[in-house]
Design a protein around this ligand. Structure first.
Ligand SMILES: [Zn+2]
Length: 172
């Protein structure tokens, strides 16, 4: 990743002073949860993503098997093209049917970025059983319910701030 892209990536998540930490952990970290992560989080993250062999091998998503850093052809249903074995794989990494013309029209390319993820959404809990290396698609799907709950909490907190201080409130 070029340096300018890394800086934009870090700036978006509010971690510009912590560029290396943010980029090396593979996933932007929210400003307000930054201090919940252990100081050696980049090393832990790197170990989980590239040294621990998941079901599909090291350096691959533990759910779908997509390899880190590769630009892949993907379909909306989660199928992806495995160029090494010249076959399509499904969202669990198993061999899948080739796309028909309709599917092929919805094909796009995406670069896989593995992230070390907390299964229980609790950043201080870095026990090996609680961590997994997932690609961005599997991470978002896994955290969907958690994100919905967080979104509701954020809205409620903003309303409460508006009530307390009588007026328009701003994002913290
Ligand atoms: Zn995945």
């Amino acid at each position: 990743m070029p340096f300018s892209t890394k800086r934009r990536f870090a700036a978006n998540c509010g971690h510009e002073p912590f560029l290396a930490l943010c980029y090396d952990s593979g996933m932007p970290i929210r400003r307000e949860t930054r201090w919940l992560y252990p100081i050696d989080w980049p090393l832990i993250s790197k170990h989980i993503r590239f040294e621990v062999a998941g079901p599909h091998g090291a350096g691959r998503c533990w759910k779908c098997g997509r390899p880190h850093g590769h630009e892949l052809r993907v379909l909306p249903d989660g199928r992806w093209f495995d160029a090494e074995l010249h076959t399509w794989r499904d969202a669990r990494g198993k061999e899948a049917a080739w796309p028909d013309m309709v599917d092929a029209c919805r094909m796009r390319k995406t670069r896989v970025i593995l992230a070390a993820c907390h299964r229980d959404h609790d950043p201080p809990n870095v026990k090996p059983k609680n961590l997994a290396a997932w690609c961005q698609r599997c991470h978002i799907l896994n955290d969907r319910e958690h994100h919905r709950r967080q979104f509701r909490l954020t809205i409620l907190l903003r309303r409460a701030m508006g009530d307390l201080f009588e007026g328009a409130y701003q994002r913290w």
